[in-house]
Design a protein around this ligand. Structure first.
Ligand code: FEO
Length: 402
């Protein structure tokens, strides 16, 4: 891999991660993910963000450095915008290669460097508004952006070029290959990254949407010409596009989101599915767009992405051992953790000899303050009367997203 010139003094280095590992140990990355670092050269050289030893990322970054005539020992300053190990996991090895480099992070970041990596010497805390003069007219400034998505996070700003090094903010899943800039990708490829941006946002950042909005607000006065995140595309042709996407995704936290319905369903023997088919007939009769996911067959990562962007949900699950169908209990727990507020929701499901899912479900969703249209249940296979009622429920839900 080689370095991509952003200007005559700024370079993007990226490591493409292609692995069956899950991101954060939870989220699938079947199309990979990129770990982006950046070099800024003045008289001194700064490296913004590092990598972890994953899919040969240190080797990929080393090769990119070599392509611009430097190596890890040439780095004078290592700026760590965020200490999550995807960007810092290789820090001890880096430190062993380059004991003289000064490491800069926020005060909270320095504490995490100590706790994660037991490194204290040569680590300096920076705070909001501090600057780093690299010489030869190159200055970096630091902007604290706590909780996007860890408390220690910051952006690094290069005013002379208008480049904002935003770490996870404005990031996405998806490996980049031999291109990094938005203008190097075809429209359908950008559409792919948009989908992966939504999934990344819903999986990684969504719980912290209020802080995303604050961080974006804090950079409004800057003349941003390029968004350089630590994952995914570098936005130089249209940086406003990724800013607008993040503003939109953050706004979904308060609802309403898109005028769409996300259907999440699980069924043991087809009885709940028969009821869901009636609901779908109602939704289709009203012409409302919907996405449908079966659990546990489909990964929750994708369920979460569609649920995040939808104004309305259908949750279809049977009772299982006097309680919620276990794969759906996990989905509901994720919805709570990711603070999936502001949804209009229809829950349906079959039970055998006695219910139980309804009671547990209604208690579980209480903190989410959903507009809970109904939790409609029936015994065994749905009767004709049930099917008529369920189709009407589908229509009512569809009308709510008009
Ligand atoms: Fe890409 Fe929160 O680390």
């Amino acid at each position: 891999m080689y370095a991509f010139a952003i200007s005559d003094v700024i370079y993007c280095l990226h490591a493409d991660i292609q692995t069956t590992d899950l991101f954060e140990g939870i989220w699938p990355i079947k199309d990979g993910v990129s770990l982006n670092s950046y070099v800024v050269k003045g008289d001194k050289i700064a490296l913004v963000d590092l990598v972890k030893d994953w899919s040969q990322a240190p080797k990929q970054i080393a090769e990119a450095l070599t392509s611009i005539g430097i190596d890890f020992t040439s780095i004078d300053y290592l700026i760590l915008n965020h200490i999550e190990p995807d960007h810092t996991g290789w820090l001890r090895e880096f430190r062993a290669l380059n004991p003289h480099c000064e490491i800069l992070s926020t005060d909270k970041g320095c504490k995490l460097i100590k706790s994660f990596y037991k490194i204290e010497a040569g680590v300096r805390a920076v705070k909001d508004g501090d600057t780093l003069d690299l010489g030869n007219g190159q200055t970096l400034a630091f902007i604290e952006t706590p909780n996007v998505h860890w408390p220690e996070t910051m952006f690094t700003w290069h005013e002379a070029s208008g480049a904002l090094f935003s770490c996870d903010a404005f990031g996405s899943f998806g490996a980049l290959g031999e291109r990094v800039f938005d203008d190097a990708f075809a429209d359908e490829e950008i559409a792919f990254f948009e989908k992966e941006t939504l999934r990344y946002y819903a999986n990684i950042v969504s719980s912290f949407s209020l802080f995303v909005e604050k961080a974006i607000q804090k950079t409004r006065h800057l003349a941003v010409k390029l968004i350089a995140p630590s994952h995914g595309v570098v936005w130089r042709k249209n940086p406003q596009k990724i800013i607008d996407l993040y503003v939109k995704y953050a706004s979904y936290a308060k609802g309403p989101a898109e005028k769409e319905i996300a259907i999440v369903w699980g069924s043991m023997y087809g009885n709940t599915k028969a009821g869901l088919d009636a609901v779908i007939r109602g939704i289709e009769a009203e012409g409302a767009p919907y996405a449908i996911h079966r659990v546990p067959d489909e990964d929750p990562s994708y369920v979460l992405a569609d649920a995040w962007k939808s104004s309305a949900l259908v949750i279809a699950m049977p009772t299982y051992e006097y309680a919620m169908f276990p794969p759906m209990a996990y989905i509901i727990d994720l919805f709570k953790r990711k603070r999936l507020f502001g949804k209009t929701v229809l829950r349906i499901g079959s039970f055998g000899w006695i219910g139980g899912a309804k009671k547990e479900y209604e208690a579980a969703i209480e903190p989410l303050k959903w507009n809970n249209l109904k939790s409609y249940e029936w015994a065994g296979f749905p009767s004709e009367e049930d099917l008529v009622a369920l189709e009407a429920c589908g229509r009512e839900l569809a009308q709510s997203v008009r």
